[in-house]
Design a protein around this ligand. Sequence first.
Ligand SMILES: NC(=O)c1ccc[n+]([C@@H]2O[C@H](COP(=O)([O-])OP(=O)(O)OC[C@H]3O[C@@H](n4cnc5c(N)ncnc54)[C@H](OP(=O)(O)O)[C@@H]3O)[C@@H](O)[C@H]2O)c1
Length: 270
Amino acid sequence: MDTGYWSKRTFCLITGASRGIGRSIAVEVSKKIAPGSVVLLLARSKAGLESTKEEILNSNSQVDVLIEPLDLSIPDYDSFRTIIDSSFTKCGLKPTSFEHAIIFQNAASLGIQRGLKVVEINELKEIQDYYAFNLNSFILLNTAFFSVFDSINSNELLRTVVHISSGGVIAPFKTWGLYCAAKSARNLLLKSMALESGIQALNYAPGSVDTAIYDEAVNCTADTELAKLFEEDRKAGKVLTCEQTVKKLLKVLASQLFIKGEHVSYHDVE
Ligand SMILES: NC(=O)c1ccc[n+]([C@@H]2O[C@H](COP(=O)([O-])OP(=O)(O)OC[C@H]3O[C@@H](n4cnc5c(N)ncnc54)[C@H](OP(=O)(O)O)[C@@H]3O)[C@@H](O)[C@H]2O)c1
């Protein structure tokens, strides 16, 4: 049921929008939001962001699409805030121009290249680098995003954060310790945000989806049984397209049933 949720004039930020699930979120959200909305796309690859922008504009020329190449492995509140502030300047609008501010925290990395079990993790720098991207930037970007809208009354602006989570939060995968812990921490941070503020928060596990990360899961998972399972799921046609999982995500959001940081999986809902 879409209760007009998507027809609001929206300011939407998406991380990891250069490909995969993030690109699909950008394209599908842009088809739904009101004319005059703004979509801000972040990732490292400028070419990838440009191609997402082109795809959006092919189906909806009434939204403003801004791209900002950015490496989230450098957590920097001031530069995050500057990017968001300057997006208003670029499109000649103010935070008060919008009825809905929504951020999709989608970008992540697996951190499985060395194939380590948790008891084998022995390099501080590796841990720090992993969490710099997958946790510290997540926190600082949320703060930078919502601080822009601080002074706006909650009756006038709906605020939403969506974390693209993982089934690894419920049942951890062997040799994916850093990843599962980061996703769990991100889940709980959103639950805390929902408790502390009027911000609506959703942790959405997208299922197995045919993207570069899934390729990495198949090719780089050190636990051979798990790697085989990923490969077999793909062969059996159990891996979703980005469009399939994103369409369900947008339905879940529009239903407004899960707004307090619940963990919802693709497979939990019809
Ligand atoms: N695919 C699955 O089966 C699956 C299952 C469960 C959860 N997920 C989650 O879904 C989310 C999206 O992943 P995906 O499957 O769409 O994988 P993907 O196609 O590899 O996309 C990852 C995105 O993150 C961006 N990114 C990576 N490192 C970055 C950095 N340092 N700074 C900024 N952006 C960075 C990439 O862009 P650049 O390289 O251009 O920076 C890309 O746009 C992830 O959070 C993942 O954990 C995926």
